[in-house]
Design a protein around this ligand. Structure first.
Ligand SMILES: C[S@@+](CC[C@H](N)C(=O)[O-])C[C@H]1O[C@@H](n2cnc3c(N)ncnc32)[C@H](O)[C@@H]1O
Length: 472
């Protein structure tokens, strides 16, 4: 490489007498490199890179769209690039490959005029890789530009009739195993799913998620939030306000923690758990894997009128610290502890309600984490499912007879959801509740009894919740 560019080194927008590289595209490149080379998370690194590059408004939005889209579409873009490069892609320098991906993304998905997409990308290649790399990038992108998106789909995707999983994997740019897992989960939700349903879900994963605020009960109201510009009421949750444009960090309530940034799917999980009927006392609540504290903060508010005390636990000190921050100004009784939920510092049967929002693969929130589909592996599922079983056993031991455990994940994978719960039910001593009547405001909740929310159906993150009442 001509230059070693860490994602923080900037601004280097000139080399010799050449014209400047477009700062938005350079920032997108920096985000890609940080994700690919340093294993950064795009949603964390992008705002940092954009701020350091002093990009605002449309330029900042273009950088995010280009970087996120390129990360999501990597599978498809690589299939196209492989058809245009006369050696295996693995032999192309990673930074040059990222430049090629950015160029192909603009040509095929962003409607950037071809001369601009090629010209600007070649300029970027010259900056990051020197003259010979820029000629290579120019030649490859000209080949990409010979076909439009539909033609490329015909060329690189397996036939939908004979290999529907492989077809969707390429066309919607997801690993094969994830396409299959999502299809299986959708199929079990309503008895069956067509490949078109699955494609709708995969399409939703490739779109940006909107920002939703939560007016935490006891700390503010939805009506207060609706006074703010660019807001309207949420679709399902009585505490939700959608923010269309504008930065949540500029809202005073968000800065103080009275208002949270929280997808409606997560809000509905906490609300359903709080609404489940239980006999007897209802004052001891546990959130067993609480970091960073979004659901804990909502539960604390929901528990207020019942005089409930919330114990929020996380295994890592840092994550427990984030929970403490989220709960900091919350009225009522709450306590945050760093502990391993599989062997928590409490006596068996101590709690009336327990939330176990288990660590999971996050396959329901792929739209928010553009690179994560390429990082996750089927081995992660097996490892997490084992931990989820241990945590659920511990949650069921922590709740009293008659109390309720909510088992939630932001993954719809069957091995992390219904299979974990089915094992717990099979061991006896628990009754599975139908979650759907607890959320009458939400349409289309499938066959039940568990709650499953989908980006393409409900517009929320993909969330799962089973409610288990302990019977002995
Ligand atoms: C899905 S997140 C919880 C999200 C949270 N409920 C919210 O809404 O903000 C899972 C959390 O479980 C924590 N965790 C993982 N293993 C754990 C364990 N053995 N005991 C307690 N917490 C654990 C992780 O650190 C992570 O913060």
């Amino acid at each position: 490489m001509g230059e070693d560019r860490g994602h923080h080194s900037r601004p280097v927008q000139w080399r010799g007498d050449r014209r400047p590289t477009d700062p938005s595209r350079l920032a997108a490149y920096d985000i890609l490199r940080a994700v690919q080379a340093d294993e950064a998370y795009a949603n964390l690194v992008a705002p940092q890179v954009i701020a350091e590059a002093e990009l605002h408004g449309r330029d900042a939005a273009f950088t995010t769209t280009l970087a996120y889209g390129t990360l999501r579409r990597r599978g498809f873009l690589d299939a196209v690039l492989a058809a245009c490069v006369d050696r295996p892609l693995a032999e192309v320098d990673e930074p040059v490959l990222d430049v090629l991906r950015l160029g192909a993304q603009q040509l095929l998905f962003l409607r950037t005029p071809p001369h601009a997409a090629v010209g600007e990308t070649v300029q970027l290649a010259r900056l990051v890789g020197g003259e010979s790399r820029s000629r290579f990038v120019n030649a490859v992108l000209r080949k990409v530009g010979r076909h439009d998106l539909d033609e490329w789909v015909e060329i690189v995707a397996p036939d939908a009739g004979t290999d529907p999983v492989g077809h969707l994997a390429v066309v919607q740019s997801h690993p094969r195993w994830i396409v299959q897992a999502l299809h299986d989960s959708l199929s079990s939700w309503r008895g069956s799913a067509s490949w078109a349903d699955t494609e709708d879900l995969l399409t939703a994963d490739n779109e940006n998620a909107s920002v939703t605020l939560v007016a935490r009960p006891g700390r503010g109201t939805v009506d207060d939030l609706l006074e703010l510009p660019h807001t309207h009421a949420g679709r399902w949750s009585p505490y939700a306000v959608a923010l269309e444009g504008g930065a949540p960090g500029e809202i005073a309530g968000v800065r103080s923690g009275d208002v949270g940034v929280q997808d409606e799917g997560s809000q509905l999980v906490a609300i359903a758990l709080a609404r489940a009927e239980i006999d007897g006392p209802d004052t001891a609540w546990l959130d067993m894997a609480a970091g960073p504290g979004g659901k804990a903060a909502l539960l604390a508010g929901l528990g207020l009128e019942r005089g409930a005390t919330l114990l929020a636990v996380d295994r890592t000190h840092h994550r427990a610290g984030l929970v403490a921050q989220a709960l900091g100004r919350a009225p009522g009784h709450h306590l945050v502890v760093t502990a391993d939920g599989t062997q928590g510092p409490w006596r068996p049967g101590s709690f009336d309600r327990v939330l176990l929002d288990a660590p999971c693969t996050g396959l329901g929130v792929l739209r928010r984490r553009p690179e994560s589909r390429w990082r996750r592996t089927p081995e992660d599922v097996a490892e997490l499912a084992a931990l989820q079983r241990r945590l659920l056993a511990s949650a069921l031991a922590a709740v009293r007879v008659g109390g309720v455990v909510g088992y939630a994940t932001c993954s719809p994978h069957l091995a992390e959801t219904t299979e974990v719960v089915a094992d717990a039910v099979a061991r006896g001593g628990v009754e599975r509740l139908d979650v759907r009547p607890l959320l009458p405001e939400v349409d289309d909740l499938g066959d039940g009894p568990d709650l499953r929310l989908w980006p393409h159906v409900h517009g929320t993150d993909g969330m799962y919740l089973a409610l288990l009442r302990r019977t002995d």
